[in-house]
Ligand binder design. Structure first.
Ligand SMILES: [Fe+2]
Length: 465
């Protein structure tokens, strides 16, 4: 009862709904039933054989006694009858023997107390431990007496009991071994299905790079092949969609730059400087790629800023500054639905935050700002200072670097400033860099390029600036 209550909640478990469980349960039930049926059938057959042997033995012995006792009974030779009766007792399994006269009185009986008494001749008195055999003693077609023999059944019963125990144990062991084999074989057969199931779940969670081994049975192999083709198609379609979306946001970003001749090339240079700083820090490839792309798109939100304010020659008033300060959030909103640019979006939205918490849009400070965002803040400012602007002329390198140093711990993270200053001597010369970025085969969609990085990293700092 307790077991049923323990098992009932488990029935709701997903495991009990799996094909593996259902097939295993079916085949194990069939195996157990077959083992039990085989053992019961064998037991019944063997028991019948043993009892038949006992009956045949009893019949033979009682017939022999009846035949041998005929002449002695005619001669009333009690000595001979006694010899015959006690000789019968020497046979294995014989409990008692007797010679009865024609009235049913015991003339000779192995149990001396019963001599002279009337002895029950009924052969079918139920006694599970004894088997009685009665044979009439016939002489010249006339019954002159009866031979009575009682056999001990208990050795046969003991044998059948041992047989029953042995067969039950064997059936249990064979069932257990059979069930183990069945579960193992079904598990192996269904393993590719489990792998496919996991792969489909991964696809559902957006991992389109997942593929499965095309092994197992023919049906599974075909299913795996179709799955891989489907995953490949989805991956290709997704990459095309991502590439298309990337091209679109790049075009938007380029449109922002094109509307302001002073900021032309700014995003590409910021991406390049950021890349150099990240490589100098020893950041991994994924980090560098995200930072480069974020650098290229960091001013995307300016698409939502009035062009007059964006290109204003004089200083901005408070309202104009508030208006232009919306651009990180506008970029965030543009990129919000795009899953594959989520990391870049999180970098872009903090590129105007300050280390001292006085930045915008959220006033984050210190380590609340991600490392990539802190790098972007420095390189964005550096490129802005070293480029011509409607409200001022291009600043000299030394002055720009001096301002960046002054902002250590204020606008910028001190560690990032130190790394920037270490990496700065390795930066490509501004004119060379502009030309290189302009003639890049990928044009505006210049992405993280390992060969480009390698040549930049190996440059001799003395040759720069
Ligand atoms: Fe910006």
């Amino acid at each position: 009862m307790i077991g049923i209550f323990l098992v009932l909640p488990l029935k709701k478990s997903a495991f009990f709904k799996t094909i593996k469980f259902k097939l295993s349960a079916l085949f194990c039930s069939v195996t157990i039933a077959l083992c039990l049926l085989a053992s019961v059938t064998f037991y019944d057959h063997k028991k019948e054989v043993l009892f038949n042997q006992l009956r045949e033995n009893a019949t033979t012995l009682s017939e022999n006694l009846a035949i041998n006792a005929g002449a002695a009974l005619l001669d009333s030779d009690e000595m001979q009858l006694s010899v015959l009766v006690f000789t019968e007792l020497k046979n294995p399994g014989v409990l008692s023997a007797a010679i009865l006269d024609h009235e049913g009185k015991a003339l000779i009986h192995s149990d001396i107390k019963k001599i002279g008494n009337s002895v029950q001749e009924q052969p079918h008195i139920p006694d599970e431990n004894q088997l009685k055999k009665i044979k009439p003693i016939m002489v010249n077609g006339k019954k002159i007496g009866t031979a009575l023999l009682t056999m001990d059944v208990s050795p046969v019963l003991e044998k059948t009991h041992r047989l029953k125990t042995g067969l039950f144990t064997a059936a249990l062991l064979i069932s257990c071994f059979g069930c183990y084999l069945i579960i193992h074989i079904i598990g192996n057969m269904l393993e590719p299905l489990g792998v496919l199931n996991q792969a489909v779940a991964k696809i559902g969670h957006g991992d389109l790079n997942v593929r499965v081994m095309e092994g197992g049975g023919e049906e599974i192999r075909k299913l795996s092949k179709v799955f891989n083709k489907m995953a490949e198609g989805l991956d290709h379609a997704n990459k095309s969609a991502e590439e298309g979306y990337l091209q679109s946001v790049m075009a938007l970003s380029a449109a922002v730059e094109a509307s302001d001749p002073y900021t032309r090339g700014h995003c590409d240079r910021v991406a390049y400087y950021s890349e150099q700083v990240a490589l100098h820090m020893g950041m991994d490839k994924a980090f560098v790629k995200q930072l480069v792309l974020a650098g290229q798109l960091h001013d995307l939100g300016k698409i939502g800023v009035d062009k007059e304010i964006l290109c204003k020659a004089g200083r901005l008033d408070s309202d104009e500054f508030d208006h232009i300060a919306r651009h990180p959030m506008i970029a965030w909103q543009i990129l919000e639905p795009v899953l594959f640019l989520s990391k870049e979006r999180d970098i872009i939205v903090v590129h105007h935050e300050r280390f001292d918490g006085k930045g915008y849009p959220n006033g984050l400070k210190g380590n609340q700002i991600c490392t990539a965002g802190k790098i972007l803040a420095v390189t964005d400012c550096y490129d802005a200072m070293t480029s011509n602007r409607p409200y001022r002329k291009q600043m000299e390198e030394k002055k720009a670097l001096s301002i960046i140093k002054q902002e250590k711990g204020n606008q910028f993270d001190p560690d990032i400033v130190d790394t920037f200053l270490e990496a700065h001597p390795f930066f490509e010369n501004r004119d060379v860099l502009d030309k290189r970025l302009e003639i890049s085969s990928r044009g505006r969609v210049w992405l993280y390029d390992e060969s480009f990085s390698a040549t930049s990293q190996n440059k001799n700092p003395a040759a720069i600036n």
